[in-house]
Ligand binder design. Structure first.
Ligand SMILES: [Mg+2]
Length: 218
């Protein structure tokens, strides 16, 4: 049923219930904090001066700015072994566990599909046993491919403005929830745009989602 370009994914089978499509980095797994630790381990540091990684990484040896190509390579190396570094976001597993009683949950991660197996194992180790799609394609068309014209409520959770607005364009009835674990970068993030609810943490996100899908607050 679902055709998502350039994606690798688990078996995707939706029930006749609401659908929650959930990002991973900075939403269910810490990303910035462990990437900072990884950079330190590699002799670099991340200086949080703007909402980006490239251009904000510096050598700890001589203070020089780390070239963009080197930052890209550091990210690639990080993702090759990210199961050694990334940890769950507080409350994410418990909130999703409660929501999964009321809705289907699918992870949609904007990572190169070649890292999918490592991520799958890491998620399952922490109790995130929901199907995952890994793709670098835009998220709006992916959510549309998943949900189509089904009449059920649909929710999308992500930390990135572009992803939220992509879903807003392609599946406009979606409840859009902006959630970002790292407080330093959250403070630097651009406003997620019109039509997006900003959640301060998972408890807040869970309340917004339950209201939207008509679930009791527990
Ligand atoms: Mg993310």
């Amino acid at each position: 049923m679902m055709l998502i370009p350039d994606a690798e994914h688990d078996e995707l089978r939706l029930s006749e219930r609401p659908l929650i499509v959930c990002d991973i980095d900075e939403v269910v797994l810490e990303f910035i904090t462990p990437f900072e630790a990884f950079l330190t381990h590699r002799g670099h540091e991340l200086r949080a001066t703007s909402f980006r990684l490239h251009g904000n990484v510096y050598s700890r040896t001589d203070g020089s700015k780390t070239p963009d190509d080197d930052v890209s390579q550091l990210l690639e190396t990080f993702f090759e072994s990210h199961d050694d570094w990334q940890t769950p976001v507080v409350e994410a597993a418990d909130s999703l566990g409660r929501l999964s009683a009321r809705a289907d949950i699918i992870f949609l991660t904007a990572m190169p599909p070649r890292h999918r197996d490592v991520r799958r194992r890491l998620l399952s180790r922490h109790g995130f046993d929901y199907p995952m799609i890994a793709t670098e394609s835009p998220k709006g068309p992916a959510v549309l491919a998943l949900h189509g014209d089904r009449p059920h409520p649909v929710v999308f959770i992500d930390d990135i403005f572009v992803n939220l607005q992509s879903v807003r364009t392609h599946v406009p009835q979606t409840l859009l929830v902006n959630l970002m674990a790292n407080e330093t970068f959250r403070a630097l993030a651009p406003h997620p745009g019109d039509g997006v609810d900003i959640a301060t943490d998972w408890a807040h996100a869970e309340t917004l989602i339950k209201t939207h899908i008509g679930a009791p607050p527990d």
